[in-house]
Design a binder for this molecule. Structure first.
Ligand code: SF4
Length: 323
């Protein structure tokens, strides 16, 4: 088994809301509420869940774009919060992110060559000639020739912009990349090209990804393991593409049963109601108001994420440890 690259322990992000009045109690949005998981070297860990479940905030905490309220992130065994300034700079090189909208991370006034060279300058890598060579080779690896160095973002198609977004993440030769809804805005045919490119790069370079998406087919296709988030918590972790290790949690089963090609199950459980307010999540299991299998205990006791088999963890009172 590969070594652990990244460990997340009790990671939490609460956003305080302004008080409505002096007597009002302080309220917080529980965007991410104490999640723990590990990602092994060379693994693609998919993170899924409905909109607002906290998956993008998790990704942003992993690349330290958002500072956690509580909990710790360990990279190669080192706690990130205790790193010195110089180790932090090295870490920023090792951990990169690809966003859903690459256009927003590209400077419209600068050429693609400039955008890709800038991080190399910041990290003092090579001279001008060497940097241009790195940029043109990186572009080539994402399927764009060196002529793209002189182009501006507005001259590119959606798929080409996303290729540049991936090149920008790759140029510093990172070990770990958060890929946040990176194919969601693309046409289906371009989507599969970008997914195949990501998979190819991961294999060739031995990269590790956290792949965030609301699209279950896409996550199932690309991931080795899948984590499912509901209202700021991870409710299940399981291996992808292993039929008899398919999801067990009632929420995951409902999510996946709505998708025809994934985990072809006979039942079609429709998710009832809306996701509850993350300011005042329901007590006990936060999924209980929508759960078709709800029991009395679910309304008062928070289920913990328990191991239920090799590579499989579930947070649900139905499943006792080891079952
Ligand atoms: Fe449903 Fe209870 Fe399991 Fe929550 S703990 S998913 S409410 S059965």
């Amino acid at each position: 088994m590969n070594r652990e690259l990244l460990k997340v322990s009790g990671l939490t992000k609460h956003y305080p809301l302004p008080r409505q009045g002096l007597m009002e109690k302080k309220q917080v949005v529980r965007a991410v509420d104490g999640i723990s998981f590990r990602i092994r070297e060379g693994e693609i860990f998919g993170l899924v869940g409905e909109s607002g479940c906290g998956k993008s905030t998790t990704g942003q905490m992993l690349v330290q774009l958002v500072k956690q309220t509580e909990g710790e992130l360990y990279f190669q065994g080192e706690p990130v919060s205790g790193l010195s300034e110089s180790r932090m700079k090295a870490l920023r090189r090792d951990i990169q992110i690809v966003f859903q909208d690459p256009y927003s991370s590209l400077n419209p006034k600068k050429t693609i060559g400039w955008t890709l060279e800038e991080p190399l300058i910041i990290h003092r890598i090579g001279d001008k000639l060497q940097r241009r060579k790195i940029v043109s080779e990186t572009l080539e690896q994402v399927g764009l020739d060196a002529s793209y160095m002189d182009r501006y973002p507005h001259e590119l198609s959606g798929g080409q912009k996303q290729r540049v977004g991936i090149a920008a993440a790759l140029v510093l030769e990172p070990k770990f990349i958060v890929i946040d809804e990176a194919v969601s805005a693309l046409d289906v045919s371009v989507q599969s090209q970008i997914l195949n490119l990501l998979k190819e790069l991961q294999e060739k370079r031995g990269l590790t990804y956290l792949f965030i998406s609301h699209d279950l087919n896409v996550v199932e296709y690309i991931s080795d393991r899948i984590g499912v988030m509901y209202l700021g918590k991870i409710v299940e972790i399981f291996e992808a593409g292993v039929a008899d290790k398919g999801p067990l949690h009632p929420y995951t089963r409902a999510l996946f049963s709505a998708v025809p090609d994934v985990h072809k199950r006979k039942e079609h459980a429709v998710l009832q109601g809306d996701v509850p307010n993350p300011i005042e999540p329901p007590g006990g299991c936060a999924f209980h108001p929508r759960c078709p299998a709800v029991m009395d205990i679910c309304r008062s006791e928070v289920p913990q994420l328990r191991k239920v088999g090799s590579g499989h963890e579930v947070s649900c009172h139905i499943y006792a440890e080891g079952e």
